[in-house]
Design a protein around this ligand. Sequence first.
Ligand SMILES: Nc1ncnc2c1ncn2[C@@H]1O[C@H](COP(=O)(O)OP(=O)(O)O)[C@@H](O)[C@H]1O
Ligand SMILES: [Mg+2]
Length: 246
Amino acid sequence: MTAVIETRALEKEFVRGEHRVRALNGVSVSIDRGEFVAIVGKSGSGKSTFMNILGCLDRPNGGSYFLDGQDVAGLSADERAELRGQKIGFVFQAFNLIPRTSALENVELPLIYSEVSRAEQVRRARESLDTLGLRDRAEHHPSELSGGEQQRVAIARALVNRPKLLLADEPTGNLDTRTSLEIMAILEELNRGQGLTIVLVTHETDIAAFADRVLTFRDGEVVGDETQTSAGRRRRSAPLEEGTGP
Ligand SMILES: Nc1ncnc2c1ncn2[C@@H]1O[C@H](COP(=O)(O)OP(=O)(O)O)[C@@H](O)[C@H]1O
Ligand SMILES: [Mg+2]
């Protein structure tokens, strides 16, 4: 198995006025291709800081990070941006869609600087929307879509470059239970059906239950690393479905 993510002794410190906040304190994690990993832990435990480093949106102060075998620390900002564009899709709690722009244009965005033709960009964006069941929403603006639809557009955008790795920071945090389950079912299918590697942050046990493996963060450290069997996963997800109807 090849590790898609390999971090060693990652450190991250933020300086806020007089204070220093140690957000990550020696995080060493290895995640293989095809894994579905949930990261849990209290607010402020360093989950988003870790995800932002994995997503090449931020850099650590110490330690190392290898993405798909490549040492990220040695790269320039431009090279990191390129690597991010090629290998990573990122989904956020607040969807982060561009307002007053159609779903299709939102999904096309990551392709703008790619070398494929304009026609191919549109074709791929439409295909990505189709995959997420949004064919008839392509021309809608985010404000005309439900929360679940907006997050599906965000997932379509994250996948349009066919990344190896999908990072999702509390993707169901702004959604009701039923819609959260729909989104998780989509992620589960992307992982099981297409072998997409997924790392997802959540503080809900029911959401973490979809993953193969759960990493627990506390005070910037990994204090738990548990593998969940598929039987355990199913058992944990089952009671949820009973309580989702209105
Ligand atoms: N940009 C920043 N500037 C200063 N402190 C930050 C910044 N980002 C995060 N922190 C601090 O780092 C710690 C970890 O934050 P974060 O990674 O966002 O935690 P989580 O996602 O688990 O809630 C917290 O104490 C937080 O206040
Ligand atoms: Mg966070």
